[in-house]
Design a binder for this molecule. Structure first.
Ligand SMILES: Cc1ncc(COP(=O)(O)O)c(C=O)c1O
Length: 398
């Protein structure tokens, strides 16, 4: 018996690989300060937990329609429509166990396996975009996100990625791992390309509420884009609900296909959890705002601390809870080969866990070396962890 080659070659979220390294050290009694994990460090608000407990006690524990509870789909259409300033139809909404599954559902619904269909996706970016493109028999085409453009695409470069095989563009804003936000001009440029070439756009907006400046701009709100945009988002990050596994996608034309994929794969998202999501969208706005305010304060703290490390240069993230400092000079000054070697050294020598740029796609040589810090952690950890790195860099600089 053999394991299929596509499974053997399946990409993954390297955050989980690093997490295993970290846990091994913790089990061996080492003290580790971790900036790895991509989830809020807050507990789910009580009003949400109470709604789930009530649903469980009322016996709402069986299968439900694959597209999701009508009550939840209505609430999603209202909430997400208001956030983007557009009308959304509840029938266009499909719910599943996390926004992540819609990356797969979308690639499967818009490309054919083995035909050379191409998917453009951001690099650096969430690694699942590339992994799912490959495993589903499509061709991954990375489009660079540039630090010099405050973590945006260069539109001329982006245009060159489009061919007559392109079927789908994936974008993510606010963005993992850079904390960047795509500008209105870039969104309009991508919209123009999508319309001109008749392409789908998967818009991963999971961090749409963790935004520190201005209002969230969705490509779906641009004229002619709603019909070709799959808005993918959910309650994981906004409401500290990562483990509840409720995400959703919104697109009128694809809703039926998505719902068939959900029937095939998960049947439906957890029934009581869907009531929790209704409560989140309806009744937890204040708690969500407080969490975002707290991430903003920590953003300011970590950017100040990182920029105080010799050879680190960190742009201010505009959203998410990720900082993505450029550490090229720190590598040079310490004689460390690259970001990945630096990551390993600071884990081994000072017990601080971070991710490096290679965990988010192929290296762009002219962009230099980067590390990713999740600042969904305490002020104390931010201060202690960055101080340890500062001491390490100072001690090892030539
Ligand atoms: C860019 C991006 N998209 C999607 C997800 C997954 O979200 P969910 O928990 O809703 O599956 C994550 C989680 O880290 C993410 O960073």
């Amino acid at each position: 018996m053999e394991i299929s080659s596509r499974t053997k070659n399946l990409g993954t979220e390297n955050a989980f690989v690093v997490l295993a390294e970290v846990n091994k050290r913790i089990a061996a009694g080492k003290e580790i300060i971790s900036f790895c994990i991509g989830q809020p460090d807050f507990d789910t608000p009580k009003v949400i937990k109470d709604a789930a407990i009530k649903a469980i006690n009322q016996g709402k524990t069986g299968y439900v329609a694959s597209a999701g509870l009508p009550e939840l789909r209505e609430e999603i259409a209202k909430y997400e429509g208001k956030l983007r300033g557009i009308e959304l139809d509840p029938d266009a909404v499909v719910v599943d166990a996390g926004a992540k599954s819609f990356i797969t559902h979308t690639i499967m619904s818009t490309t054919d396996c083995g035909k050379g269909d191409e998917v453009i996706y951001p690099n650096p970016g969430y690694p699942i975009y590339e992994a799912q493109t490959i495993v589903n028999g499509a061709v991954p085409v990375p489009a660079n996100i540039l630090e010099s453009k405050e973590f945006n695409f260069d539109l001329d470069d982006f245009k060159k990625k489009v061919s007559d095989k392109t079927k789908l563009i994936i974008i993510n804003s606010p963005q993992n791992p850079t904390g960047g936000v795509l500008t209105k001009e870039v969104l309009e440029g991508i919209a123009e390309i999508a319309i001109e070439n008749d392409l789908w756009v998967f818009s991963d907006e999971i961090y749409s509420n963790i935004l520190f400046e201005g209002k969230h701009e969705s490509i779906a709100a641009i004229d002619g884009m709603k019909e070709r945009t799959i808005i993918a988002t959910g309650v994981s990050k906004t409401f500290a609900m990562t483990g509840w596994r409720i995400g959703y996608a919104i697109n009128e034309k694809l809703a039926k296909s998505f719902s068939t994929w959900v029937t095939n794969i998960t049947a439906c998202a957890g029934h009581p959890n869907q009531y929790a999501a209704v409560a989140a969208l309806r009744d937890a706005e204040k708690e969500a705002e407080e969490m975002t305010a707290s991430f903003k304060r920590r953003r300011d703290l970590i950017v100040k601390e990182l920029n105080d490390i010799p050879g680190f240069n960190c742009l201010k993230p505009k959203g998410t809870f990720y900082a993505y400092p450029n550490v090229t000079k720190a590598c040079k000054n310490t004689g460390i080969k690259d970001s990945e070697e630096l990551r390993k050294k600071i884990l081994e020598e000072v017990g601080v866990a971070v991710l490096s740029d290679i965990h988010f796609g192929a290296k762009i040589p002219e962009e230099g070396e980067h590390l990713r810090f999740s600042f969904a952690t305490s002020d104390e950890n931010i201060e202690k962890g960055t101080e340890k790195i500062r001491e390490f860099i100072k001690k090892n600089s030539k």
